[in-house]
Ligand binder design. Structure first.
Ligand code: HEC
Length: 161
């Protein structure tokens, strides 16, 4: 290999490494913020699976919109509080914002929703690629990307199970 060719190879490897690292960083943080008003969200349903208990919460305004068949307002949070053996393990958060879907290409996009995983101290799990969240929730495109939204109209003060 000539010196030129080997130098070219090293440079290409550095470029590949830097762009891969850059892509990963982009994939982890996004526009989702942990909700400031967690205690004002309504716990509308509980999902139990083995040692896992999930409390699913959203705003009263979003619940009204779902009941009326209207679009869920921008600024809405849905929070899945995940308990393992009764202890808080993590929070999964979906948040909707005007034009937020444009941050992603069509293959990844989930309407104007973005997704994030928060630990109990409300820091982001930086090793999660939230494309995985989107890819699964894309299957719910007909229900505004929600799995449990259909339970909201049945909510009547006690969480639907
Ligand atoms: C393999 C599929 C899958 C993946 C991946 C996934 N979810 Fe979900 N998500 C579900 C299902 C199914 C539910 C309904 C609750 C249940 O059955 O546990 C749900 C419920 C939710 C809810 C409550 C609102 C709703 O849709 O009912 C939020 C918030 C949520 N997920 C966020 C996330 C976040 C954030 C990630 C990534 C860190 C993620 N999800 C990854 C399948 C998935």
């Amino acid at each position: 290999m000539t010196i030129f060719a080997s130098r070219f190879l090293v440079i290409s490897m550095v470029v590949a490494f830097v762009s891969l690292a850059g892509w990963q960083a982009d994939a982890e943080t996004n526009r989702v913020k942990f909700p400031e008003n967690l205690d004002q969200l309504v716990h509308y349903t509980t999902v139990r699976r083995g040692n896992v208990t999930e409390h699913i919460l959203t705003t009263p305004e979003a619940m009204e919109a779902v009941k009326k068949g209207q679009p869920i307002p921008n600024g809405t949070h849905f929070v899945l509080v995940d308990y393992r053996d009764g202890a808080l393990y993590r929070y999964f958060v979906m948040e909707k914002g005007s034009g937020w879907g444009a941050d992603y290409d069509d293959r990844r996009r989930t309407g104007d929703w973005q997704f994030q995983w928060f630990w109990p101290d409300k820091t982001i799990n930086m090793s999660e690629n939230t494309a995985r969240c989107q890819s699964c929730h894309q299957g719910q495109a007909d229900s505004d990307y929600l799995y449990t939204g259909y339970r909201i109209p049945r909510f009547n003060d006690t969480p639907v199970e």
